[in-house]
Design a protein around this ligand. Sequence first.
Ligand SMILES: NC(=O)c1ccc[n+]([C@@H]2O[C@H](COP(=O)([O-])OP(=O)(O)OC[C@H]3O[C@@H](n4cnc5c(N)ncnc54)[C@H](O)[C@@H]3O)[C@@H](O)[C@H]2O)c1
Length: 285
Amino acid sequence: MKQLQGRVAVVTGAASGIGLAMARRFAGAGMHMVLADIEEAPLNRARDEILATGAQAMAMKVDVMSEAQVGELADAAYARFGAVHVVCNNAGVAAPALRTRAWESTIADWQWIHNVNFMGVLHGVRAFVPRMLAAGDEGHIVNTASVAGLLTGANPYHVSKHAVSCLTEGLYKDLRTLGARVSASVLCPGLIKTGILDAERNRPVEFGPATDLGALAPDVQAWASGFRSALAGGYEPSQVADAVAQAILEDRYYIVPAQPFLLELIRTRMQDIIDQRNPTMAPPV
Ligand SMILES: NC(=O)c1ccc[n+]([C@@H]2O[C@H](COP(=O)([O-])OP(=O)(O)OC[C@H]3O[C@@H](n4cnc5c(N)ncnc54)[C@H](O)[C@@H]3O)[C@@H](O)[C@H]2O)c1
């Protein structure tokens, strides 16, 4: 896209963290904002903050796990602004332990994290892309994966983020092949200072209790507490938002605001594949 000013952006997971930072950044660039999140009180605060800057904004409580609710979000966005140019499918969750072994996470954890992190993004793509293509305006889809979608781990979070990165690269190619004026990017942040490790606050009761962190092996528990400190010392969400705005304007597919050591791990993994050597062992991230 050539400009953000006067265009319409939809952001899911807009009540906090990276989503809120993107909403602030886009509104600051003169975009009209559609904010969606499952947590209503912080969502409404985010909308009010943006309205107070003089930007136009609406907020809608949406559970991205629901195809119907994401469809209603698209209806509401088009009804209010008549067009949608940028869609950030960003809502996501993680279990407190995050990096469990395949057999340690409960099936409920696998399902909840898959349903939010992957199905939520898929619902956004299915609800918005056909309408954006039909409108014929220029547009951009930004799907939030993670460096976890470029590195590996046998846990629900990494696996869900790989699905997002695969979906998004395929989407990018399909849009290019069609000659569409809509493009796509995958957002793969590294360690960012947000509330992601407290995502249990949004866990629906039907998914049952979280994997019991205290019942996991001591090394998994130790890793989880180390990871919490690493996130607390991570990049600011506003840095991620700046990178996203720039990438939309430059039509850049990969947005990887990640610490240099994470970029090195990605490089090593790619080289493992090319050289057909066994995965290089490194401390988990
Ligand atoms: N924080 C990091 O270090 C990091 C790194 C890589 C990727 N990410 C990804 O960034 C995205 C944003 O996370 P964040 O770090 O800002 O965390 P966050 O917890 O601050 O924000 C996530 C938002 O998503 C919302 N949400 C959760 N479940 C939802 C649902 N079912 N429907 C609608 N909204 C829902 C939450 O209410 C919250 O406002 C996620 O996809 C996350 O996986 C985060």
